[in-house]
Design a protein around this ligand. Structure first.
Ligand code: ZN
Length: 217
């Protein structure tokens, strides 16, 4: 074996080894790549065209929706100045190919403040293909996760671990992710967290009946 062939062999061995390490590292990454898992996840606007932002909750795919009546928190409509009449019940609509929407779309002009629906903690700021700029907020008891998607941007100072009060501005309405550029809206979801309290796992609850009956009380 010539020196150059030896070098080529060694280089191939090293590259192959690095690739294997990469595969191992990727496979142990948590959480799973949400864009892929959530291709149909919970999020999206009135247009059936948009695939949906509710990325993270892949577990919701097979899980039946929880009864909204079990939801015990007193939340407010998470978009400033929006009345219950402007909210659409799009929970059961399909997005993309087969996923249920599992969220509510709240239409509002781009830049309208998005406010915390409940007290709690900003658990995760996540950028996903369908959801764009998203926020996962847990309620104080960590029973539920609130999901806000398609945000134009986050409010100043918003970061993971931040405690917020109901009504605090956390972001602004936009069309990031797969929302139609001409239909700015907040994609809002509620998920009952599992025992491990993972922000990307939960059972979807229809926000619509909750918002229209308990909002702004
Ligand atoms: Zn939506």
């Amino acid at each position: 074996m010539t020196r150059s062939r030896l070098m080529t062999f060694l280089a191939g061995f090293i590259v192959g080894g690095l690739a294997m390490m990469g595969i191992v590292m990727l496979s142990s990454q948590q959480p799973p790549e949400l864009e892929i898992v959530h291709a149909g996840g919970p999020t999206v606007p009135p247009d059936a065209a948009d695939a949906d932002a509710n990325d993270a909750n892949d577990a919701s795919a097979e899980a039946p929706a929880n009864d909204s009546a079990d939801f015990s928190r007193s939340i407010i409509i998470p978009v400033q100045g929006v009345s219950a009449a402007a909210i659409q019940d799009t929970f059961d609509e399909t997005r993309g190919t087969s996923r249920r929407h599992e969220a509510t779309d709240i239409l509002a002009p781009r830049g309208t403040p998005v406010i915390a629906a409940d007290d709690g903690v900003i658990k995760k700021l996540f950028l996903s293909k369908p959801g764009g700029n998203t926020i996962y907020q847990f309620d104080p008891a960590e029973q539920y996760s609130y999901y806000y998607a398609h945000l134009d941007r986050y409010a100043e100072g918003i970061r993971e671990g931040l405690t917020v009060k109901q009504g605090d501005v956390i972001g602004y309405v936009g069309t990031t992710g797969n929302a139609p550029a001409n239909t700015p809206h907040l994609h809002f979801g509620i998920f009952k967290l599992g025992p491990e309290k993972r922000w990307w796992e939960g059972t979807p609850i229809n926000p619509y009946p909750i918002l229209i009956t308990r909002a702004n009380k």
